[in-house]
Design a protein around this ligand. Structure first.
Ligand code: ADP
Ligand code: ADP
Length: 230
């Protein structure tokens, strides 16, 4: 099953072609990584999928349904997508519970008690049950990332987008967190599109890697075969 499909996406900023006629699909429950150097258009691609960026042209489908084209532009909150960013991943002055519950409050889902229960259940399942009432700023970097992933998961999205989520962490935490993300993908059957410039991360995490350069995908394969066809 194809969960996410981009067709001929192009995005320019003035003279700069950030994304150049890019087509890509992600199978349901799989992790696809966009790997490439800074400035090659990874973020712009990801933000286009989220609806945070409007491409000049092209089409985006989620579950076979058109969410972006010349005529269609589904709002970000209606795309069934969760997102984890590199920076400002959690709100430091809020507790773990408040951070994770926030999207439920915004969407006014259920009663306060139901929202709290759903939040606690998710926090338990990702091993943060003992930290519910801690301030996010008192957590380690890895724990903060886990909270950021939980917040991206709370509305039960079928797709989560990651934009360099581990690049501010030290090497040890990065290894722990990438394993965490892979587990979450498998356990909750979530489709992931993951952006990184780190080759080791892409090799470890991905079902498929798309190597980007200057706004284009130059190679696409599974991690084992990605470098076999130079
Ligand atoms: P990456 O995520 O791979 O680092 P980006 O998608 O952020 O690449 O950027 C692709 C290109 O588009 C870069 O040349 C970048 O400077 C440019 N770019 C991205 N966002 C903007 C913007 N808001 N305004 C102008 N140029 C931008
Ligand atoms: P990333 O590498 O994750 O894309 P950047 O630092 O390149 O992060 O971009 C951070 C923000 O700045 C993004 O919102 C991006 O759209 C914007 N941006 C990137 N390049 C430019 C640029 N040349 N001019 C204006 N805004 C830019």
């Amino acid at each position: 099953d194809t969960k996410l499909r981009l067709k001929n996406i192009r995005k320019t900023y003035g003279e700069t072609v950030a994304v150049d006629d890019l087509s890509l699909s992600v199978e349901a429950g799989k992790i696809k990584t966009l790997l490439g150097p800074s400035g090659c258009g990874k973020s712009t691609t990801l933000r286009s999928v989220a609806g945070l960026e409007t491409p000049d042209s092209g089409e985006i489908y989620i579950d076979g349904e058109l969410v972006f084209s010349d005529e269609v532009n589904v709002a970000p909150e209606n795309r069934g997508i969760g997102m984890v960013f590199q920076s400002y991943a959690v709100w430091p002055h809020m507790t773990v519970e408040e951070n994770v519950m926030y999207p439920l409050n915004v969407q006014k889902i259920g009663t306060k008690e139901e929202r709290r229960e759903r939040t606690h259940k998710l926090l338990e399942s990702i091993g943060m049950g003992d930290h519910t009432n801690h301030l996010a700023s008192n957590l380690s970097g890895g724990q903060q990332q886990r909270v950021a992933v939980a917040r991206a998961m709370i509305l039960e999205p079928e797709i989560i987008l990651f934009d360099e989520p581990l690049s501010n962490l030290d090497a040890k935490l990065r290894r722990t967190m990438r394993a965490e993300i892979k587990n979450i993908c498998e356990e909750f059957d979530i489709t992931m599109l993951y952006v990184t410039h780190a080759q080791d991360e892409a090799m470890y995490l991905s079902d498929e890697i798309a190597i980007m350069n200057q706004g284009e995908i130059v190679e696409e394969n599974d991690p084992l075969n990605i470098y076999n066809n130079p």
